[in-house]
Design a protein around this ligand. Sequence first.
Ligand code: ZN
Ligand code: ZN
Length: 326
Amino acid sequence: MVLEKKSHSLTLKQIPVPSPGTGQILIKVKVCGVCRTDLHIVDGELPDPKLPLVPGHEVIGQVVTLGPGCAIFSEGDVVGVAWLGYTCNSCEFCLHGSENLCDKALFTGYTLDGGFAEYILANEGYCYPIPTGYANAAGAPLMCAGLIGYRSYQMISSFSETIGFYGFGAAAHILVQIAVAQKKKVFAFTREGDRNAQSFALESGAVWCHGSETQAPEKLDAALIFAPAGNLVPKALTDIRKGGTVVCGGIHMSDIPSFPYRLLWGEKTLRSVANLTRKDGIGFFETIDSIPVQTETKIFPLEMANSALEQLRSGGIRGAAVLEIG
Ligand SMILES: [Zn+2]
Ligand SMILES: [Zn+2]
């Protein structure tokens, strides 16, 4: 499924199977999750995508061909491909543990072809071994929603006991399971009146869930914003206590309205999370090895990728949308 022009729906096309260069592996795609970032790319909200582009960065598949110099995986291994697809390994960011900020980074399904296809090429060093239990549609949302949720969670103090989740979709429904297992209390906020999302949050382990305009019932230690709505920022700052942190987990957000400085006062921190590092990926898979997570998915065939995107846009997906391909 190919994006040929910005702000156009995807086109089902026959394209040649790529062959791996040095350090690359060819993967037969089994499943690929559909992420809100795919929607932002298709809608032209992120600058300069590769065009034409095969979107999709929550890929799980099987290695079919190894390029020259590959030494990590073997043919037949089940691997995952995430958003971070390449970094330079030599810039200031790469050398200091922030490869997620590398200026030369390439991203799967954005500046590299992604997984809305039967085959994908990936740089071997940026792929993850996938535990058997997750080598299916249920594992696909882990590759971005799970990873970005986890990175956002790492940005708040580990002493946080009460955490607000703003927006309850794919990332939140994975992360709440880890947070609850670590004895945190999760307070979830959804779109006003979104009863489906609210019952989903409560069933997934949140202790409380209301529309995002409702004041949190107690002061929160931290807030994680997953919805791309800038007006949640001043709201979350209102909900957290002194010294607390608000993390914006999305790649794109509507403008943040101006707000009085007193909302930030009291040594509150407001920050974003950009992309991910491979270290995050390893940490996340270690975490779900001891805290297994379950995902709720809605499955679509590859050629229905446009419907999956449309349903994601309208808020009609409970959990995560996944394309089942091979
Ligand atoms: Zn770099
Ligand atoms: Zn994503």
